[in-house]
Design a protein around this ligand. Structure first.
Ligand code: F6R
Length: 261
């Protein structure tokens, strides 16, 4: 894992957007895996700016979102369909037929989930997967206890995720959908590159366990230790429980030095 620690969320968003831009300039039909939540909003803003001001072209890009709540209308203000339209899809030129988000109902979910995996395979797999992390260590909606080989499926959200997400539902936990369809950890492990973003002290414990702790189903993000190309982009607050902060900073400084030679 490459760990990049920056003073602020803004710098993380800039670095992540530059990684995606550089990949897109090399491969016009880039396949992006996308996340929702507050963490990637700055990244989407930066990509939208690159599209509008620098002409970055998304016309051949295909996207697959990690997850969606079940039993929420697509047009609900907190559905991930609405989130993606508001923060990204409405502002760049990704064609609608290339945008994939898990369905929002439990109807025929087994068939849907198998087809979602097939659709990812059909385009040659995901090149770059954007990830956030839950305070309990979930990635996508792979909660504690998720098999590290799990694939796209329907899941029940933990109490801690329901409480964390209640803020988006007027603070009322009872109105947060209890189930979701999520790509599995096994699905995520097959992507070519992961960009895991995290900000703030509330994520510091999960980040420390995911990066420096044992690989365990009790910390789903720890599976990324076995992924060959994961970049972890975190601010100082999210890094505050890591043991090897100085080493990660020195490694990144050396990488930049090498690149500028
Ligand atoms: C959302 C997702 C989740 C979030 C995580 C962090 O698509 O996959 O794993 O990334 O819950 O959410 P925020 O960024 O709101 O703290």
């Amino acid at each position: 894992m490459e760990v990049i620690i920056q003073p602020s969320h803004h710098q993380l968003a800039v670095i992540a957007s530059e990684i995606i831009r550089d990949a897109l300039l090399k491969k016009l039909n880039l396949v992006l895996g996308l996340a929702t939540g507050s963490t990637p909003i700055g990244l989407y803003k930066a990509l939208v700016r690159m599209h509008k001001e620098d002409g970055l072209d998304f016309s051949r890009v295909t996207t697959f979102n990690l997850d969606e709540y079940v039993n929420i209308p697509r047009e609900h203000p907190q559905s991930y369909h609405t989130f993606m339209a508001k923060h990204f899809f409405d502002h760049v030129n990704i064609s609608v037929e290339n945008q994939h988000i898990p369905q929002n109902t439990a109807e025929n979910h087994e068939t849907f989930c198998a087809r979602y995996e097939e659709a990812i395979e059909r385009v040659g797999g995901i090149d770059i997967q954007v990830l956030g992390i839950g305070t309990d260590g979930h990635i996508g909606f792979n909660e504690v206890g998720s098999s590290l080989a799990s694939r796209t499926r329907i899941v029940t959200l933990t109490e801690s995720t329901l409480v964390a997400n209640a803020i988006h539902f007027g603070g009322d936990v009872s109105t947060v959908p209890e189930m979701a369809i999520t790509m599995g950890i096994g699905t995520i492990m097959k992507v070519k590159q992961c960009l895991l973003l995290a900000c703030g002290t509330s994520k510091s414990e999960a980040i420390a366990k995911a990066i420096e702790g044992p690989i365990t189903v009790m910390m789903p993000a720890s599976a990324l230790q076995m992924h060959p190309n994961t970049v972890v982009l975190i601010d100082e607050a999210a890094a505050s429980n890591l043991k090897e902060v100085e080493y990660y900073k020195r490694s990144y400084a050396n990488k930049l030095k090498l690149e500028s030679q």
